[in-house]
Design a binder for this molecule. Structure first.
Ligand code: PBG
Length: 319
């Protein structure tokens, strides 16, 4: 008889035959940087996630260094918003200053920056609006390119465009190359669904659209072929790393893209996924640590190389 149970006989054998593992170096930890000094605002829907001013971000980076976490992704919460997100287009934007401050003190920290306008526009959409209140794709490409150069110049290692404009990877690669930032990577939010799982993030990042939704630029959760095409187009435009976001309800898409591309693949374990697990733990409904680790390894098994997660510090303590 073929007995698979032979292979599960004891810990050592199971360990030898383990096909997927998570490593701390797989993880990227999101941080939200806000104007001001000595600010640390907790967000109700996301326990242990804070908006922090640059001084507190630096303290947090020291913590992360001690935990062995060496890769962060930054989101900015500016003081001033307007219709075209001008505060993101200056060398002194909140994220540009945060990147310079972190690089000065923690030179080894790998810094990704989210490249979008939803946090910087007063209407909360991801770019410039046209007269019909649709996001104007090509005008938005110009300001995305500008923001990318500013962030690369401030020392960001990886630019992570999340605006879902067509042609954004090509536009950003071209402008980075022509400004001599040939070694700045692009991690594209290449397959990004119009998802309800972003709810808590929009509280933290203060980026809820003031009208409408993001369905005209983010993808339909029902579409599999389109999801693959989105990532393949970004690969052809020059993305260095692809991404699927959210991840928990989209592990099939992670596998599809894994099998259609040889690029490194990231997944974004988003705010709603984090909030649900935390809520279940607080209510005493699940074994939190085991559930968490099971989720993380499922991302790797589906085909992810990189995991962006608010759980990163907990993972550092667990593995
Ligand atoms: C856009 C952006 C969003 C997230 C990351 N980048 C929000 C959105 O598209 O509405 C969501 C991340 C999360 O939910 O954790 N700048």
């Amino acid at each position: 008889m073929i007995r698979l149970r032979r292979l599960r006989k004891n810990d050592k054998i199971r360990d030898m035959l383990n096909e997927n593992r998570i490593y701390l170096s797989d993880f990227i930890y999101p941080l939200f940087v806000i104007e001001g000094y000595n600010i640390k605002n907790e967000i109700k829907s996301m326990p242990d996630v804070y908006q922090m001013s640059i001084d507190n971000i630096l303290r947090e980076c020291e913590n992360l260094q001690n935990l062995g976490v060496s890769h962060i992704i930054l989101f900015g919460i500016p003081d001033i918003k307007d219709s075209i997100g001008s505060s993101a287009l200056s060398q002194d934007s909140i994220v540009a200053r945060a990147v310079r401050a972190i690089k000065e003190r923690f030179g080894d920290m790998i810094i990704s920056v989210d490249l979008c306008f939803c946090e910087y526009t007063d209407h909360g959409h991801c770019g410039i609006l046209d007269s019909n209140n649709y996001v104007d794709n090509d005008k938005t490409l110009e300001i995305l390119a500008k923001q990318a150069v500013i962030l690369a110049a401030s020392g960001a290692d990886i630019i992570a465009p999340s605006a879902m404009m067509d042609g954004q990877i090509k536009a950003i690669r071209n402008i980075l190359d022509s400004n001599n930032f040939v070694n700045t990577l692009i991690m594209s939010y290449s397959t990004k669904f119009a998802s309800a799982f972003y709810g808590p993030f929009r509280d933290v990042a203060d980026s809820t659209p003031s009208f409408g939704d993001r369905k005209t630029y983010q993808q339909n959760p029902a579409n599999r072929n389109e999801a693959i095409r989105e990532s393949l187009i970004d690969e052809s435009e020059g993305a260095d790393i692809l991404m699927v976001k959210p991840v928990l309800s989209y592990l099939d898409i992670v596998r599809d893209i894994r099998e259609n591309s040889l690029l490194p693949l990231a997944v974004y374990n988003v705010s709603g996924e984090y909030a649900m697990l935390k809520a279940a733990a607080l209510a005493g409904l699940i074994d939190y640590e085991r559930t968490l680790l099971e989720m993380m390894v499922s991302f790797k098994r589906a085909g992810a190389d990189i995991i962006i997660s608010y759980h990163t510090k907990e993972i550092a303590n667990l593995i």
